[in-house]
Design a protein around this ligand. Structure first.
Ligand code: 4AD
Ligand code: MG
Length: 430
């Protein structure tokens, strides 16, 4: 018998297939049992009618507790009233295991309880929908770069130096030498871009964040691209094309999951190219007009980003931040060195910054000076400085935070639901 996936049942109407899965819910009367089965791809209702199925099968069906593992075989038919729109008339049932009393029942549970049971929580339909959308987003990002001839060049996780400031580094003992978990693959991306032209890396990054927010994880995934001969404007154009490519793919492939999450997809569908671009100084004006007390030169907090982005229906680029609040590698604007040729992309609906990036310093002397100003150890950056000694060119890049993007596209309140096992402040279990 062919093993089918629940998400593909529409291709099997009128056929006998087998589904391998788990019991999400079971209810029965004296004559009929309804089994809601999940298989990781979706939910399906299976029906066991005592008179047709016989005593044995019927009593087996009634034994099934929540999360018991089963293989069911039967005829698939369309049933608009049923979950997912299809139903199986079960004619064979193999019990793989009977589950003990399952802690996550169908009533409401508190967030702490769910977080403690994350290994089980991910089985619930909502969480599974988010994780499938996350997977689609990752695939879309990779295809976007593949189709544009970017080389995937993975960056190391263990690094000898800081990329994004020294305040949130995870330190480790590298056999007696001090090492750090990577905050960003960018510096290695720059080396790889000088070798391969246009590249990207995609991997976990680590920041020892000391505050609890709904936007910060201590371990998150970042896709980071770096392009030789790209200026700031070139990278913003690439970023907006990437975002719109991902949205299109998610809208096309994740219809059911977005519906399960009750995501207002019209908001995503309405996003058109090009995205608005405003300078940091213009963004400060928006804040002041909204009655905020804000001094030019300060960094935006989450509430500021929300106010700025609420003026737009699409993600908005904020470029040319004050040099003093940005990373050491950012290239000052030749027209005004008080600001840098960097840009953040702020997502709409209050989701905040999803991308940080910009043009890099390509001049050796200036880069040496900035490393000193930021009190970074120059020895650790000698290899990075070599990139300016040998064939330096203008170049730019960016990093997209995967989990913030998932939160936005899924319409989630909190980043903890965007990754199977979130690492948060004082939270490492499970
Ligand atoms: O703005 P950030 O710090 O930029 C960089 O790391 C650059 N070196 C990237 C580059 O140019 N190659 O981080 C980039 C993105 C942010 O916009 C945000 O989406 C995400 O990474 N991010 C986090 N996501 C979850 N939890 C955290 N603690 C995050 N910190 C940053
Ligand atoms: Mg940033």
């Amino acid at each position: 018998m062919e093993i089918a996936l629940i998400k593909n049942l529409s291709c099997h109407v009128g056929e006998q297939v087998t589904i391998q899965g788990w019991i999400y819910n079971q209810r029965s009367s004296g004559k009929i049992a309804f089994l809601i089965i999940r298989d990781g791809s979706g939910l399906m209702q299976g029906v066991v009618v005592k008179q047709e199925a016989g005593e044995v099968l019927f009593s087996d069906a009634k034994k099934l507790t929540q999360e018991s593992a089963v293989k069911v075989t039967g005829l698939v038919r369309e049933e608009p009233r049923s979950i997912g729109g299809y139903e199986m008339q079960i004619t064979a049932l193999e019990i793989i295991s009977i589950a003990e009393d399952y802690p996550i029942t169908h009533k409401e549970h508190g967030v702490d309880f769910l977080a403690e049971h994350r290994h089980l929580w991910i089985r619930t339909p909502r969480q599974a929908a988010v994780l499938r959308i996350r997977s689609e987003i990752e695939h879309a990002l990779r295809s976007f770069f593949y189709e544009r001839d970017f080389v995937l060049a993975d960056a190391p996780i263990i690094t000898p130096a800081a990329c994004e400031g020294t305040t949130n580094l995870f330190e480790l003992d590298y056999h007696g030498e001090k090492g750090y978990l990577s905050q960003s693959g960018q510096l290695y991306n720059e080396a790889n871009a000088m070798a391969l032209g246009r590249i990207y890396c995609f991997g976990p990054t680590f920041r020892a964040e000391k505050s609890k927010t709904r936007r910060h994880l201590l371990e998150f995934w970042m896709i980071e691209a770096e392009m030789a001969y790209f200026a700031l404007n070139d990278t913003m154009k690439l970023q907006e094309e990437m975002i719109s490519y991902v949205i299109e793919r998610v809208l096309e492939k994740c219809t059911n999951d977005l519906k399960a999450l009750e995501r207002d997809v019209e908001k995503l569908r309405a996003i058109k190219l090009p995205f608005p671009r405003i300078s940091y100084t213009e963004a400060v004006e928006i804040l002041k007009q909204a009655g905020e007390e804000f001094t030019w030169g300060d960094d935006f907090g989450a509430p500021h980003e929300t106010i700025i982005s609420s003026h737009f229906n699409a993600p908005v680029f904020v470029h040319r931040y004050p040099t003093a609040i940005k990373a050491f590698y950012m290239k000052p604007d030749p027209d005004n060195p008080e600001v840098v040729l960097g840009a953040d992309l702020l997502a709409p609906e209050g989701y905040g910054e999803i991308i940080g990036g910009g043009q890099r310093i390509d001049d050796l002397a200036l880069l040496e000076q900035r490393i000193a100003e930021h009190k970074l150890p120059q020895e650790a950056f000698e290899w990075y400085l070599d990139l300016r000694r040998f064939g330096t060119v203008p170049h730019s890049g960016f990093g997209l935070g995967l989990e913030r993007t998932v939160a936005w596209l899924c319409g989630l309140e909190h980043i903890r639901e965007t990754i199977p096992f979130p690492r948060m402040l004082h939270k490492m279990y499970p």
